[in-house]
Design a protein around this ligand. Structure first.
Ligand SMILES: C[S@@+](CC[C@H](N)C(=O)[O-])C[C@H]1O[C@@H](n2cnc3c(N)ncnc32)[C@H](O)[C@@H]1O
Length: 215
């Protein structure tokens, strides 16, 4: 923990002071459409248990719940400030809750979830944490359960987004590029496929993945 890195996680907007602007920034970045697309791919059904890892201020978790009110939905994130914001947005809603957790150490039972969702979180993890998170997601999914993940990925750095130079030089985003994400989840035991991509004017490209825990 240094002056520049007061936490052992990278917060949603890069710094606590920017957190109040995160939801506006997310909207301006077109994330509402991204959340919608990921939820469609997840095919949530009544009675399912759904976990988001790295839920931040809860945007995707809350949309997942609204899209399938008969699912039980949990959002998890290590950042208590983001979770407090998420919690405020769901006052009065039942069947949704938020818990403080790191993706690489999930406080949930083996096979507890039908679906795990992840949006724009993976590039916040270094390579060891990515591998630990992939193993944890495998553990908490039931056999046949699925992870649906969207992040900067595939050939994003070649797509010429405003941040493409930064991405090639950041060890966090560089660890998402090419086939790194399918390889990461494949090594954790998943059948992982890139199901869609989308051009993005800042990140070059967002890639959507489905990872099935078949065994
Ligand atoms: C860019 S935000 C995305 C938030 C939300 N998923 C969305 O799409 O709006 C990335 C989030 O990852 C969280 N994060 C950072 N390190 C993490 C870790 N080790 N485990 C889980 N989440 C983490 C941050 O706190 C932040 O809320």
């Amino acid at each position: 923990m240094t002056k520049h890195h007061p936490h052992d996680y990278l917060p949603a907007a890069g710094h606590d002071a920017f957190l109040p602007g995160y939801d506006l920034l997310a909207r301006l970045m077109g994330f509402n459409g991204v959340y919608r697309k990921l939820i469609e791919q997840a095919e949530l059904a009544p009675g399912q248990s759904v976990l988001e890892i790295g839920c931040g201020t809860g945007n995707l978790t809350i949309r997942a719940k609204r899209s399938q009110p008969a699912a039980e939905v949990i959002g998890s994130d290590p950042d208590p400030l983001a979770l407090r914001r998420a919690q405020r947005k769901v006052r009065g809603l039942s069947g949704i809750r938020f818990e403080r957790a790191y993706a690489q150490r999930l406080p949930f039972a083996d096979g507890e979830f039908d679906r795990v969702l992840s949006s724009m979180m993976l590039h916040h993890l270094d390579s060891d944490a990515k591998a630990d998170a992939a193993a944890e997601v495998f553990r908490v999914l039931r056999p046949g359960g699925r992870l649906h993940l969207v992040d900067i990925g595939g050939d994003a750095a070649e797509r010429g987004g405003l941040a493409s130079r930064f991405m090639r030089h950041s060890h966090l985003t560089a660890g998402n590029l090419g086939d790194a994400i399918p390889r990461l989840f494949g090594e954790a035991g998943f059948e992982c496929t890139q199901v869609a991509t989308q051009r993005h004017r800042v990140f070059g490209q967002l890639a959507y993945y489905r990872a099935i825990r078949s065994g």
